[in-house]
Design a protein around this ligand. Structure first.
Ligand SMILES: C[S@@+](CC[C@H](N)C(=O)[O-])C[C@H]1O[C@@H](n2cnc3c(N)ncnc32)[C@H](O)[C@@H]1O
Length: 428
């Protein structure tokens, strides 16, 4: 790809486009970028490129002759090519990724003409320009910034400029969506953790999570783009259904914190338990279907300082009981084993309030559990759940818990005591 930028400021444009990735590609000869001084093609003694507008008015207009002579020079120099002459103009079609793709695909010589002052003589545009491109609905002093944006965005699509095609096909605007959120080291920065799913090494889950994030953030940040998006496959359709279902949920708009539960919190905790019971019943999960966990159990948790409420602003959004006592029924585990030689705490009871289900509060709850385990001075958290409690299993797995085997809990008569055992070892 050859790009000629016709400008009154070639040094400025050259300096920018010969830096970094595009600069390296130019050095390797993958792209060929020339910045040409329009003033060098004037035919008057003062090297004047502009003059007063006919009909009066402010400012000056760039003359057609130096522009045409400059253009003819680059055309001669570049020779026969699939060429496009583009005038950078606030009156052009707004530029976007589709346009970048088209320019890279359909042409191998772009001539980008930068106007200045009040613009250029209309007759030059009529006679020599194939299309006008605008950087957006605003007015710049000159076309240079717009030309650099076009040159940069086209060049990075030229094979060999970026390390891999995926470097740009996964990015914002490639397929009508924005990119998913990106994170790098450290895992925790100023109390904010990288989403656990990105640390688990499960490639398929990471891909699904990323696609869902793309859909979600496009919906939130660019409803116009989202409205125009058509799902590519069944997986997209499934994710969109999930997103629609979750749309009624309360968004997390305030900091999520937690504190030890107090007597006054009991009604809110019991209401959350009631909702959880009904949900588990609907899902045919034989967990919390008897009397347990009742008010007495929570009062005992409270007295031991083991019950905590998760707050969204001031509102109770979830609760959990994290116990320091050894769990007698974990002593016997089948089909696997616990990590040996580590003191642990047990996540006994935890649930999210109705309004916050599906809003990401469950993941926040687990983060609070981990924070409290560390506050206890422990790095090992154990818990159990019913084999049919798939949402809890998914949450645990996606939060970095590992399935360790099966245990039998002390259940009420007539209820299933079999549970799957999970464990997470927190990083030092
Ligand atoms: C001050 S502008 C001229 C604007 C012109 N008088 C008008 O109102 O349409 C000077 C030059 O900056 C460039 N320019 C300004 N805004 C631009 C935009 N949004 N996109 C691309 N180029 C732009 C054009 O090359 C233009 O000739």
């Amino acid at each position: 790809m050859r790009i000629d930028i016709l400008t009154l400021f070639p040094d400025t444009v050259n300096a920018v486009l010969h830096e970094s990735i595009i600069g390296r590609a130019a050095k390797k000869g993958i792209v060929d970028i020339h910045c040409v001084q329009i003033r060098d093609f004037t035919e008057n003694r003062q090297n004047q490129v502009d003059d007063y507008p006919y009909g009066g008015g402010f400012g000056c207009v760039m003359m057609a002759q130096p522009l045409k002579s400059c253009l003819e020079y680059v055309i001669r120099d570049a020779g026969e090519r699939r060429r496009r002459v583009i005038y950078m103009s606030p009156q052009g079609k707004p530029y976007n990724q589709e346009c970048a793709k088209r320019l890279q695909r359909d042409y191998d010589h772009l001539v980008l003409v930068c106007g200045h002052y009040e613009g250029v003589d209309e007759r030059f545009i009529e006679a020599c320009v194939d299309e006008e491109i605008s950087l957006g609905d605003f007015v710049l002093t000159g076309g240079e910034i717009a030309a650099m944006a076009v040159a940069d965005s086209v060049c990075r699509l030229v094979p060999g400029v970026l390390a891999d095609e995926q470097c740009y096909t996964g990015e914002s605007h490639w397929d009508g969506l924005l990119e998913y959120p990106q994170y790098t080291r450290p895992e925790e920065w100023e109390g904010r953790r990288v989403p656990e799913i990105l640390l688990n090494g499960d490639h398929a889950k990471v891909e699904r999570w990323r696609r869902k994030q793309q859909l979600l953030r496009t919906k939130r940040k660019r409803p116009d783009m989202f409205a125009a998006f058509t799902p590519g496959d069944d997986e997209d359709r499934k994710l969109l259904t999930e997103i629609e279902k979750e749309a009624d949920r309360r968004p997390i708009t305030q900091p999520v914190t937690y504190r030890a539960a107090e007597e006054e919190d009991l009604p809110a905790i019991l209401e959350i338990v009631q909702y959880a019971r009904r949900t588990l019943k609907k899902q045919r999960v034989d967990q919390w279907q008897g009397v347990y966990p009742d008010e007495a159990a929570f009062r005992a948790d409270l007295a031991r300082g083991e019950c905590f409420v998760v707050l969204h602003g001031e509102e109770i959004a979830a609760f959990f009981t994290l116990s320091l006592r050894e769990e007698a029924c974990y002593a016997e585990i089948t089909d696997g084993k616990w990590t040996e030689g580590m003191a642990y705490c047990t996540l006994h009871r935890a649930s999210v309030a109705k309004d916050y289900r599906g809003s990401g509060m469950a993941e926040k709850l687990i983060a609070c559990v981990e924070q409290q385990a560390r506050a206890f001075g422990l790095r090992c958290i154990r818990t159990d759940t019913h084999k049919k409690n798939k949402p809890m299993q998914r949450l645990l797995r996606e939060s970095g818990f590992r399935y360790r085997g099966n245990v039998m809990v002390a259940s009420e008569p007539g209820h299933d005591p079999a549970r799957q055992a999970y464990e997470k070892i927190l990083k030092k």
